[in-house]
Structures are given as C-alpha cells and as structure tokens.
Ligand binder design. Structure first.
Ligand code: ZN
Length: 506
C-alpha cells in the first residue's frame, strides 16, 4: 500500500478523492471542447482525455483500492456507522465494475468517443448519417465488448449491463414494462389535444428576442430559482448540458434561437435543475460516492421538475411576466398571462426531442430506447438506424422525418458512447412528478409562492431530501423514503391531464 494515512477509512477516502481530482479534470476538458476549443485542437484533446481516462481507470481498479475497501469493510466499528457502510457499498460497486474492464478498452472508448463526437457534429450539420455511421459502428462494437465484460445479468440482455451504469438496477424488461402502459395513455391525450376545440394562444413562441437579451433573461431565471453563479457558469453550446468539476464549479450551457425564447428558457431551467442538484451535493463528501448524484434518472427528475412542474406553471409565468420588460424589452408587456402560459404549454408533435413539449417528450424517448436496445442486442445494424427511426416517428408521432439532422443525428449521446442512457429521461419525468406531488403535500402554498418569485422553499426541500444524500440510498429507495410510495406513472399522468385538458378544453 503506498497511501500513508492513519486508518484505512481515511486512506480509502483519500484514494477516492485523488481519483476524482483526476477524473474531474476530464470533465473540464469536455466542457472546453463543447464551448471554447477550436476544431484544430481535437486530436490532441482526444489523446489528453484518453490518457486521463486510462489513469483514472487504473486507480479505480487497482489492488490498492480493493485492499482499502476490504480493510474498511472488515472493521465492524467503521461499518456500524451508516454513512460509512453506504460509502463502502458504493465504492465496492464501482470497484467491481472497474475491475471487469481492461484499461485498453477504457482508453479506446475515450479516444473513439472524443473523435466520434466531433464527427457527429459535422455529420449533423451536413445531415449526413453515412458520415457518422462508421464511427457509430466502432462505438457499438466497443459498447458490446463493454457489456460482455460487465456480464449480462441472468434473464437479461446486453443492454441491461450498459443501463446499469446510469440507473443502477435498470433493465430493458423493466423499462419496457414502464413504457408499454404509458404509451397508449400519452397517445390518447395527444390525439385528444389534436382534435381539441380550442388551442392556447402561442404568439410568444414566435416573438423575436435577440440572443444577448435571451442570455440576460436566462441568467436571471437560473439565479432566481437558486443556481449560484459564484459556484457555476452558464455558457453556450450546440447541445445544452451541465458539467463541471464538483459542487463549487458547475458548468452549464444552453442554446439560443432568436425566434423562440421559450427554447432557451426551457433548456436553461432544465440545466439549472441539474446544476442545483450538483451544487446541493455535500462538499465535505465530494470525490466519494456520498458526494455524487445517485443516478441519471434522479438527476433528470431535478431538471425536469424545474423545467416543467415549475417553469410551465401559471404561477411561474405570472412572476416571469413582471421580469420580461426589463430583460427582453418593454414591448414584451403586450403579452397577457394567458398568452405566456399558453405558449409554454403548446402540445404539438415535433422532430426534436429537446424542444418537445411535456406530453410528446416521452414518445421521443421510446423511439431511442427501441433502437438502441435492438442495436446493442444485434437485431439492428447501424446502417438501418435512419429507416427504423423514421418509421417509429411516423408510428408514434405521426411525422415524416425530413432529414437525418432532424432525425437520428439530433442527439449527442450515442456519439459519446452512451447507450442505455435515454430511458433515464422518462424515468426522470416519472420521478419528477411523484417528488413534486410530495413537495406540494408537505409545503402547502408552494406553487402560489412561485407567482411571487419564491423558489427557495422547493430548492431547500430538494437539497435536504435528495441532494445532500449523494448515493447513500438507491434511487427506488430514495423515492420511497421521500414520497412514501414506490415509483408510479400516475403522478405524471395526473400532472399532464390536470394541466392540459383544461387548457385545451378537452
Ligand atoms: Zn437533463
């Protein structure tokens, strides 16, 4: 053992934190690549990231790490403390996963995905799937190899081994079981909306607002709902994301469309939800599993709650209406509250997932789940993705996809080597609805407060009930603890039906 510390627990924490110092450097390189780096820097950046990924993996799978975990685990005094027991449980889970992957595969994946991300951006701009296909084939090969290293769970499939990285315990069978009953209920609601007797006024969605003004508004909203700009930033990128190195340096991005300020508002509130979660992690535990978010599904519940339950509520818009003239111009005061609220809640099937309304959003996720499950399972070739994608959009959303840019090239995820990730978006919507119902029950008047710009109560509730625990509880356990019930689709359907049926008069 090379680490010198007074006891094995301190030594384990030091080992974990030093590994995190290294791995979070890669997060910063990611952020830089998406926001600042000139294209010429790509090849060197790919080598930087691959080297760091390999070094992180070597530490995370080292004998030293294994010995430290075993030493703490065998000490009854340490393990009697619930936080330590949780830390060891999660450190062991990560260690077991890391030891199953050879360093060469980790390095190859990092290098390939770094290059593939760039190729994806070029292919997307040119709407040319054929350009991206060889890279995606390479990534799929690496992902299959990765899944085989982790091992397919009994009765499961390769996809499960990848999904478990993002949502512990998540399997394709479980996801399909959640999606199947949800799909007809969403399709019925969308069909009713399509033939509704009235539509909300949506003039604000065509209202031209300059990008600098939109940025000022986005920053005001992010700050008002609780994102701390002393410990974070908001920049621009092609694909909005939230990254950074730890709770005191959170880097989020958004993108602006001069013809639709609601796009930037929605994505800023979404990323702010992620950012507020990251900033809410316990700094004294940073670098250990107790200072990390519990799963992508729970992470997404935080972003979707601020974006939808808060950001598309009438109360929120009655507050925001008072801020529009000073940020985006006095002319904005001509929109009534009904028009602003209506514009935020237009339901209309579209091609782009990140621009989708709350009702159609989950259908976009179902398309991706079906495709990646088939690609990883081997029943669909990469070359066949565009035609299957387009067919599913026709079947589920009734749309003819005009080109790959607005079709299967729109998302960055697969280019990053992330498959098994998309369903966490819908799980996040389900968690968000259930958690928000619990917050409203526990804090009467919560939603009314939004109309006065009072968001601190919800942020504090999330800090205390979700963020501060890190990975202490498994996602399902966390939801059960906070809401008193297991995860269910009912709160999401209640939220959607309760808002959209009155708005559309159906
Ligand atoms: Zn998100």
């Amino acid at each position: 053992m090379t680490t010198t510390a007074t006891n094995p627990l301190d030594a384990l924490v030091t080992h974990l934190q030093e590994t995190a110092l290294l791995s979070t450097s890669n997060n910063l390189l990611d952020w830089d690549q998406e926001t600042m780096m000139p294209g010429g820097g790509l090849e060197w950046r790919a080598r930087q990231q691959a080297l760091i990924a390999r070094m992180v993996h070597e530490r995370a799978s080292s004998l030293e790490r294994g010995d430290l975990i075993a030493a703490v685990e065998s000490n009854a005094k340490f393990m009697a403390e619930p936080q330590t027991a949780a830390l060891v449980r999660e450190a062991k889970r990560d260690y077991t996963k890391a030891t199953k992957l050879p360093s060469s595969l980790v390095e190859e994946m990092a290098k390939t995905s770094s290059m593939a991300k760039h190729e994806w951006a070029e292919a997307r701009a040119a709407s040319d799937f054929k350009r991206f296909a060889p890279w995606l084939e390479k990534l799929v090969g690496l992902l299959r190899a990765q899944a085989d290293c982790y091992g397919v769970p009994a009765g499961g499939e390769r996809w499960d081994a990848l999904a478990d990285l993002y949502e512990p315990g998540c399997t394709a069978k479980y996801v399909a079981g959640v999606f199947e009953p949800l799909r007809p209920r969403l399709q019925k609601l969308i069909a009713d909306i399509k033939s509704a007797p009235r539509k909300p006024a949506d003039g604000f969605n065509d209202y031209f607002v300059g990008i600098d003004q939109q940025e000022a508004l986005s920053k005001l909203v992010a700050q008002s709902i609780g994102f701390d700009f002393n410990r974070g930033r908001l920049d621009r990128s092609t694909h909005p994301f939230c990254g950074g190195t730890h709770c005191n340096d959170v880097r989020m991005t958004t993108r602006y469309n001069e013809r639709c300020v609601n796009d930037a508002l929605g994505s800023t509130m979404h990323e702010s939800g992620h950012g507020i979660y990251e900033q809410g992690l316990d700094f004294s535990r940073i670098g250990t599993p107790l200072g990390e978010s519990v799963s992508l599904g729970i992470h997404e519940s935080q972003s979707r709650m601020w974006e939808n339950q808060v950001g598309r509520s009438r109360a929120f818009w009655s507050w925001l209406a008072t801020k529009l003239p000073s940020t985006i111009g006095a002319d904005a005061s001509r929109f009534t509250l009904d028009e602003l609220y209506g514009a935020a809640n237009v339901v209309e099937p579209g091609f782009i997932r990140v621009e989708a309304d709350e009702a159609t959003y989950n259908l976009h996720v179902m398309v991706r789940f079906e495709i990646e499950r088939a690609v990883i399972g081997g029943s669909l070739e990469v070359a066949g993705i565009p035609s299957v994608w387009n067919k599913l959009y026709k079947d589920l959303l009734g749309l003819e996809v005009p080109d790959d840019r607005r079709g299967c090239l729109q998302d960055i995820h697969w280019s990053m080597g992330a498959m098994g990730y998309f369903p966490t978006y819908t799980l996040g919507n389900l968690y968000a609805s259930q958690l928000f119902e619990a917050a409203c029950e526990q804090m009467p008047g919560l939603v009314d407060g939004f109309s006065r710009g009072e968001f601190a109560g919800l942020k504090k509730w999330l800090n205390e009930n979700i963020h501060v625990h890190g990975r202490r509880y498994a996602p399902s356990e966390l939801v059960q603890r906070v809401t008193g019930k297991p995860l269910s689709a009912e709160p999401l359907m209640r939220h959607l039906e309760g808002k959209l049926r009155p708005l559309y008069g159906i």
